[in-house]
Design a protein. Structure first.
Lengths: 123, 280
């Protein structure tokens, strides 16, 4: 996400920078009025990517660290060998998938509200 | 008329891995108050570099630019720039784009109500008041460029710099924009420096046409005074002898004295020679 933000800031078209220079915007105004809005689409892309990774890592960490949660539930069911286990694991995996999907959609919705660039938020 | 802008003995070099590239050499130009000057020349001849130095976005290697008795070494709102591709901020509406400039430049002299009035006045001037609350992505290319001009005018600049302002527009829209620019210009009498590579545009709009030689080490080749009467009418001028003559002079400069095609032929010939040598 930091990398994405950095790339977003670095790739601001030089024309916008020139506009800011001709207007002699102060450094603070420059960041507030030009840099931040220009980088918002890239920041959101970074947030969506890292949210997906974070969710994946969270489940894996629960399996290893035995913290209560969906990951531990899958791990326990895998270990206890009951005939119902397979079904339970399937339900848990589907739940994990659905939650991950919902997290991503929520972030997308947030982007639609906050970002000016509606084209980059359509997918 | 008093000189407002004075470019003296200006050189511009760009450092490259194989030594310095001399883009401009000995550029000398004086521009009077209220004058409309066009810079014309083949692409890559350093027109934009001249404009960028005047704007303060680039620093000349040697020589300098004096605006109203003060040397230019950084960009500022007294030299408003209209960029080729409008460069409006896409997250702001047309109104907000102009307002940002007005607030930045004039907020110490104007009240909030006056800022609003002045912003709207400038948008009215370019006939964009009907769409002032639209985002740049919702209006056409010509309209965007109008807003860009409104933004520049709203800064109350001493000199207006235009870098191929209508270059990205289709021919009909461009003609329309030129007409409205002439109307605005007759009202405000701004000092304008415009870059173009459209010969008709240069003759139609300018008081003087500055023709630049080809780079590297480009400089001013000829300066042509355009004494056509104002207001100028595009249709009437088509058959006007003076207009045709001026147009021919510019064309002759560009295509006879400063032929760009020669380079291409030259390169092709070199390639051919090389091939012959390897064959032999």
């Amino acid at each position: 996400m930091v990398i994405n933000t950095a790339v977003g800031v670095a790739s601001i078209p030089s024309d916008w920078i020139n506009v800011s220079r001709v207007l002699r915007l102060s450094p603070l105004t420059h960041v507030r009025k030009i840099v931040l809005p220009a980088a918002v689409p890239m920041i959101f892309t970074g947030m969506r990517l890292s949210l997906g990774v974070a969710w994946m890592v969270l489940i894996a960490a629960e399996m290893l660290a035995q913290n209560p949660g969906l990951g531990k539930f899958v791990w326990d069911e895998f270990q206890n060998g009951s005939s119902n286990s397979l079904g339970r694991i399937m339900v848990a995996i589907l739940t994990i998938g659905v939650i991950g999907f919902l997290l991503d959609r929520t972030m997308l919705q947030l982007q639609r509200w906050l970002s000016w660039d509606k084209a980059s938020a359509s997918r | 008329m008093s000189t407002i802008l004075d470019i003296t003995q200006m050189d511009m070099e760009f450092p490259t891995p194989t030594g310095n590239f001399i883009a401009l050499k000995n550029v000398d130009l004086k521009i009077s108050k209220g004058e409309f000057v066009s810079l014309i020349g083949h692409s890559g001849c350093g027109k934009s570099t001249v404009l960028n130095i005047v704007a303060g976005l680039l620093q000349a290697t040697k020589g300098g630019v004096i605006l109203n008795g003060r040397e230019i070494h950084q960009p500022g709102p007294d030299r408003a720039v209209v960029f080729q591709n409008h460069s409006l901020l896409p997250w702001l509406t047309a109104y907000q784009n102009v307002e940002l400039a007005v607030k930045q430049v004039l907020s110490n002299r104007m009240s909030a109500a006056e800022i609003k009035e002045w912003t709207e006045h400038n948008l009215r001037l370019v006939q964009m008041d009907h769409a002032m609350h639209k985002l740049p992505s919702e209006i056409s290319g010509g309209m965007k460029q109008r807003v860009g001009i409104a933004r520049a005018l709203a800064m109350q600049p001493q000199i207006l710099l235009m870098d191929e302002p209508f270059g990205a527009l289709d021919a009909l829209t461009r003609a329309h924009m030129q007409d409205s620019l002439m109307v605005i210009q007759s009202e405000l009498k701004n000092t304008v420096v415009m870059i173009t590579h459209d010969v008709d545009e240069a003759v139609l709009l300018s008081d003087r046409i500055v023709m630049m030689t080809n780079g590297p080490a480009a400089t001013i080749g000829e300066i042509l005074d355009v004494k056509l009467e104002r207001p100028r009418d595009r249709l009437a001028l088509v058959n006007d002898a003076e207009y045709i003559g001026l147009r021919a002079q510019v064309l002759r400069f560009l295509y006879e004295k400063q032929r760009k095609v020669e380079h291409i032929q030259h390169a092709a010939q070199k390639k051919l020679d090389g091939k012959k040598r390897t064959a032999a």
